[in-house]
Design a protein around this ligand. Structure first.
Ligand code: ADP
Length: 852
């Protein structure tokens, strides 16, 4: 024992109050310092002090949260550990604090606190006088025996650990070199003990007591270790056994024999999955991948995140319709009937679809182009797609591509990503459960592009008949044959479809409907559908054709029929309320005590007339059935008309003309307004115009300037130089909508001719056509849609480029009857047709004089 050097601590110690952890003599601990008192102690004692003595602290454990900045000193634990501060690390984040590394020296006891602020200082008495060890015990032998016992347990414990670890080997050596009386403290802080136990050891001032208290802790740790080693051994054995059993199981399956353990297996999801994989008809390559994955899955613990991922993957693989398909019903006559029944008009589209189906009937494995229906919203593109699926007897699935800007939406995410999933194509196949559905790729023109790749490029692979028999989704990572899938695409315009994609598709234009067609569609399809959806019968509501026309002209302005359908829905809802109210009233009148009511008599009359089939439903009919929707009812339900015929009003001044524009939503009439004012020959254009439109405006002005003399066009001061001291402002109302395209050229020229001549443009004329600098009129697109728009707006005359004459054939006969089409090859002809009495020189002198 002489080797133990006596430790003498100062009689006054600054106190470090700790809340968590107990520092025992001989051990080292890291503690965080952030309370005001402790921070002060560190700053003024440890950081400023220079002597060794200033690094000795009294560590008082178990202080009731020293961080709480109560003014008074909290009650202090009586016994503490004198410690040497070995290291101080400061940090300002997240709040100012220090981390101290302290080594316990010996126990002390507080005699009295001599100072409380800024940090407590106490007069202390040192408790461990190590050099006096033999004398502190009652009998040497007793302690010798206790310490011997303790030493044996300690050695046993350390030898149970992995001696190849350097720290363990060092500990083993320390057991022999350290004085025995220091061991209880050191080992208590090494083994697994609670703070409470450590505190008890700290409080055990007598060595004998300390040995007695630590031996059970050592024994507990030894037992714990033994148990752990036992279970580890078991697990290793189990693993070996499982590996041994698995090949045996496989053999029983292969032979087809139903082993006894089958019942257990059925409960086991993995075995079920394995079974499914075996029985699934997936191709060889996919099967191989599945077998590999299931092998991995079996080895994985269920708690691993990858377990769920792999399982989901395998479940998708077995669910996919690798070989499942429906049989096509290829009867062209039936298809024609079905298409006709479902859709009114749209002859061109139906014809092309039938051709497509006919070719399919003759040659089953068709590698034809993908059909793409292009037209304004609500013209029935989606609904034709659905009908195609119905005629073929195939499953139908719609994939909305609007706004998709990530190629993994189409092709899936790789399985390495968190939250990875298959793309929409594979998901769609899983949903329909067959490998030959009709996929409607809705809104291909609205595909986006982003940093995550170009979805259009991914679609190329899907749509290309040469490639899509082995389409590889990133998630699946094995090829899936898409060649049996019938793809139909829809779009509002071809302008924004990526060219490579457009190249693979056959475009079928679906133009908007005429008013007459809309009326027919409403009465044949939309109204019956809405009545059914609202639980109404024709006996309860009648919508005459004039009302439908009113809805079309005054409540909607669209190329398709979607708004019309919505308005009809609104009417049905309003009528449903009336009917329900009527039923309520009737039910009351029907009661025996009210049987003499007037309403009831009428109702019996109605009953006899209308529907003898079911007494109960007829009884429910209120007397005033059917409700007739006339103009007044329409106003009540839908509010005042939204659109009025405003065309003639707006053309009551010179400098206004009506053009015809084509937009993805169908044809539209477009006003062009011009005014002039004093200025310096500036041209101002407003109304969100594109560059092409601006160029058209400049062309029109140049042409008019060069022909000013011929037509006697003058500026405000009568000069033929139209821009002399004059500014011109051209405006295209509906300024929120971006407009571009060359077809407004003739309209701008006409509008300006009106402005400079002071004559009114005919109020019933609309026009379209591109112009050249020499005044020629070039052909433009979308004539049918534009003609329909003019018809909708109630115009009578439409001026079109001569070279567009051939397009007139497409225009429905009734529209052609109502409109007079004038073809023009140069601007002279346009102007002559746009002004009453032509736009010739002879009318000029008078007008010119009046201006002068
Ligand atoms: P799109 O896909 O062109 O935007 P939808 O196919 O969704 O339009 O059609 C909207 C509604 O109009 C559907 O209820 C559809 O049945 C109906 N519809 C459109 N055109 C016709 C038509 N020619 N005959 C019958 N119903 C039609």
């Amino acid at each position: 024992m002489s080797s133990v050097s006596p430790i003498q601590i100062p009689s006054r110690l600054p106190l470090l109050l700790t809340h968590e952890g107990v520092l025992l003599p001989g051990s080292t601990m890291r503690t965080s310092v952030d309370s005001a008192r402790n921070l002060q102690l560190v700053r003024s004692r440890l950081l400023k002090g220079t002597s060794l003595q200033s690094t000795i602290l009294g560590v008082i454990p178990n202080t009731p949260d020293p961080a709480s900045d109560a003014q008074d000193l909290p009650p202090l634990h009586r016994i503490g550990t004198a410690a040497l501060a070995v290291q101080v690390v400061g940090s300002n984040w997240p709040k100012p604090h220090y981390t101290l590394l302290i080594t316990g020296l010996c126990r002390f006891q507080i005699i009295q606190v001599v100072k409380e602020k800024p940090y407590p200082v106490a007069e202390v008495e040192q408790l461990d006088r190590l050099e006096e060890f033999p004398n502190t015990c009652k009998t040497r032998e007793e302690l010798g025996e206790l310490s011997e016992q303790f030493y044996k347990y300690a050695v046993q414990l350390v030898e149970m650990l992995d001696m190849s670890v350097p720290a363990v080997a060092k500990l083993r050596r320390l057991l022999d070199s350290l004085p025995r009386e220091a061991l209880p403290d050191i080992l208590t802080s090494i083994i697994r003990t609670s703070n409470k136990e450590k505190l008890q050891i700290l409080d055990a001032v007598s060595l004998e007591e300390r040995f007695k208290m630590t031996i059970p802790l050592l024994v507990r740790q030894i037992e714990g270790l033994k148990l752990l080693q036992k279970t580890r051994k078991h697990k290793q054995d189990d693993d070996k056994r499982v590996i041994a059993i698995r090949p045996m199981r496989r053999i029983t399956h292969v032979s087809g024999a139903l082993a006894d353990e089958d019942e257990d297996e059925d409960n086991d999801d993995i075995v079920m999955l394995e079974k499914k994989i075996r029985t699934s008809s997936m191709p060889e390559q996919a099967h191989k991948v599945c077998v590999k994955e299931i092998k991995r899955l079996k080895k994985m613990p269920q708690s691993m995140p990858e377990y769920a991922l792999t399982r989901n993957y395998l479940e998708l693989m077995v669910e996919l319709p690798w070989n499942k398909s429906t049989t096509d019903r290829l009867d062209i006559r039936a298809a024609r009937v079905l298409l006709d029944n479902d859709h009114y008009a749209m002859e061109k589209l139906k014809k092309r679809v039938l051709e497509y189906l006919a070719v399919r009937q003759l040659k089953n494995n068709l590698k034809g182009p993908i059909l793409c229906f292009v037209g304004p919203p609500g013209v029935g593109k989606t609904s034709v797609g659905r009908s195609v699926a119905k005629t073929l007897g195939r499953e139908f699935h719609r994939i909305a591509l609007g706004g998709v800007c990530d190629q993994s939406d189409i092709r899936g995410h790789r399985r390495t990503y968190v939250g990875s999933m298959p793309g929409r194509i594979i998901n769609g196949l899983k949903t329909v459960g067959v490998n030959n559905p009709v996929f409607l790729l809705d809104e291909v023109d609205k595909l986006g592009k982003s940093l995550q790749g170009d979805p259009a490029a991914a679609l190329l692979e899907v749509l290309d008949p040469e490639q899509n028999h082995n389409f590889t989704d990133h998630y699946l990572n094995v090829a899936f044959d898409l060649s049996q899938v019938l793809f139909i695409a829809t779009a509002n315009t071809t302008a924004t479809i990526p060219p490579a994609l457009l190249d693979r598709m056959e475009i079928i234009q679906v133009p908007g409907y005429t008013q007459e067609e809309k009326i027919e569609i409403a009465h044949r399809h939309l109204i019956p559908k809405q009545l059914e959806q609202h639980g109404l019968t024709p006996q309860q509501i009648q919508i005459p054709q004039v009302t439908t026309l009113d809805i079309i002209t005054r409540y909607t302005r669209e190329a398709g029929v979607r708004s019309l359908d919505r308005k009809l829905g609104a009417i049905c809802r309003a009528v449903a309320v009336k009917v329900a109210e009527g039923q309520h009233r009737e039910a009351r009148l029907d009661r025996p005590d009210a049987a003499e009511g007037e309403g009831c008599k009428e109702h019996i009359l109605e009953d006899g007339k209308s529907n003898p089939v079911s007494d109960t439903t007829d009884l429910a009919l209120p007397p005033e059935m059917p409700i007739l929707i006339d103009f007044h009812a329409l106003k009540d339900i839908l509010g005042p008309p939204m659109y009025e015929m405003e065309v003639s009003e707006r053309l009551s001044q010179p400098g206004v003309a009506i053009g015809l524009a084509w937009t993805p939503l169908g044809g539209e009439i477009m006003f062009v307004e011009a005014s002039r004012m004093d200025g310096e020959g500036q041209l101002t254009l407003t109304g969100q115009l594109g560059n092409v439109m601006k160029e058209s405006a400049h062309l029109a002005i140049s042409w008019l300037r060069s022909n000013a003399k011929k037509y006697h066009l003058t500026n405000a001061s009568g000069s033929f130089d139209l821009l002399e001291n004059t500014d011109i402002h051209l405006h295209f109302p509906a300024g929120a909508v971006t407009k571009d395209g060359p077809s407004a050229g003739v309209t701008i020229a006409t509008c300006l001719a009106s402005l400079f001549s002071g004559r009114l443009v005919r109020s019933d004329v609309a026009m379209t056509g591109e112009i050249t600098l020499r005044g020629l009129v070039l052909p433009v697109g979308g004539i049918k849609d534009k003609a329909l728009a003019a018809h909708r707006a109630g115009l009578k005359r439409v001026i079109i480029p001569q070279r567009n004459e051939k397009d007139l054939e497409e225009i429905p006969a009734n529209v052609r009857q109502d409109l007079s089409f004038i073809t023009a090859s140069c601007l002279d002809e346009v102007l002559n047709a746009a002004f009453d009495g032509g736009f010739t020189v002879k009318a000029r002198p008078g007008l010119l004089n009046s201006k002068l």
